[in-house]
Write a protein that binds this ligand. Structure first.
Ligand code: NAP
Ligand code: GLV
Length: 309
């Protein structure tokens, strides 16, 4: 019985060694050297190529090396009967919390303007409102979004969140469903996107959504590139309705060298590093989920494919 791992070449062997150590009862192999495909029962993957998973006729479970599963569902030839487990955990939440708080604070305190002023040797004593007067909104209140909303509220931001079903989070004003989206947007000066990518959320960060935010609002997208309509953001920045954006995820990754985001003065590009899953901590979460699955126990990270995320 073997487990196959598909991840970028730079980290593949690191992953293989860790998972092999954590799951000695399985033979852990790399995607390009899987041995007899009929022996493969588990696949641990990030962005598997179209048609890649159907080679394994006896596959019992697919594990996403990620909280999102959109990169697995993008395989149009995916064996749909095979269950999918996503990867979550305290480590992933902690890293996303750091990223979101860092970038909300950076925009709140207008650090980009101060950094630009330093280049001009200009003393720029900007006066900002305190956090309690800054309205921050988190789209998506799942594992990551709810945790970030709590952390932002703990810093003192006037924090709200929006999700599909209603949530009750202490210190956070919550909005639910399409009917409450406008009310959520109207009060959001710094918007953080932590939605999963689904047909309902693709392209949600578009011209119409930007127009419903207050003048001078900022965008942080740490979810998926496909949530954002790139040209609509460029247009909203040019018109001044959106003040700045911090983007961690892109339609094409790595972001192509000629993309206008790279040298836009009001966009910060980070290379999909908001919350990376590494083989040390992520490997433990994956091994624990796989062991539960193989023992027939409840797996909390099992994806409900009817929901699609
Ligand atoms: P999650 O636990 O599945 O939570 C998703 C949240 O989005 C839930 O609150 C859900 O509402 C809400 N939602 C889904 N569809 C919606 C819709 N149509 N309208 C309104 N709300 C909707 O996901 P997660 O673990 O927090 O992760 C979120 C995403 O972050 C992942 O899918 C991934 O794309 C991204 N991510 C990025 C990085 C990075 O490094 N940049 C790292 C990890 C994850 P309900 O609560 O009602 O279901
Ligand atoms: C990373 O993007 C993830 O989905 O965990």
């Amino acid at each position: 019985m073997s487990l196959v791992i598909r991840v970028g070449p730079a980290r593949a062997e690191w992953w293989r060694e860790h998972l092999q150590g954590l799951l000695p009862e399985l033979e852990c192999r790399l995607w390009d050297d899987p041995g007899d495909p009929d022996e493969v029962r588990q696949a641990v993957v990030w962005k598997p190529p179209v048609g890649g998973l159907k080679r394994f006729a006896n596959l019992e479970v697919i594990v996403s090396i990620g909280a999102g599963i959109d990169h697995v569902l993008a395989d149009t030839e995916l064996p749909r009967h095979v269950p999918i487990i996503r990867t979550t955990g305290a480590d992933l939440s902690r890293r996303m919390r750091e990223y979101v708080c860092l970038h909300v604070l950076r925009l709140h305190r207008r650090l980009p303007e101060i950094e630009a002023a330093q280049v001009r040797r200009e003393w720029l004593p900007l006066v900002n409102p305190p956090a309690c007067e800054r309205r921050v909104g988190v789209m998506g209140l799942g594992n990551l979004g709810a945790d970030c909303a709590r952390a932002l509220a703990a810093i003192g931001f006037d924090t709200a969140g929006w999700s599909r079903s209603r949530k009750d989070i202490e210190g956070v004003a919550t909005f639910a469903g399409d009917s409450e989206l406008d009310a959520f947007l109207e009060r959001t000066e710094i918007l953080v996107c932590l939605l999963p990518l689904t047909p309902a959320t693709a392209g949600i960060l578009d011209r119409s959504l930007f127009a419903r935010l207050p003048e001078g609002a900022c965008i942080i997208n740490a979810a998926r590139g496909e949530h954002l309509v790139d040209d609509d953001l460029l247009e909203a920045l040019a018109g001044g309705h959106i003040r700045a954006a911090t983007l961690d995820v892109f339609h094409t990754e790595p972001l192509p060298g000629d993309h206008p985001f790279w040298d836009h003065p009001d966009i910060l590009v980070t290379p999909h590093v908001a919350s990376l899953i590494d083989p040390v901590t992520g490997g433990k979460a994956i091994a624990e989920n796989l062991r539960r699955f193989m023992n027939g126990e409840h797996v909390p990270d099992m994806v409900d494919l009817t929901k699609g995320y």
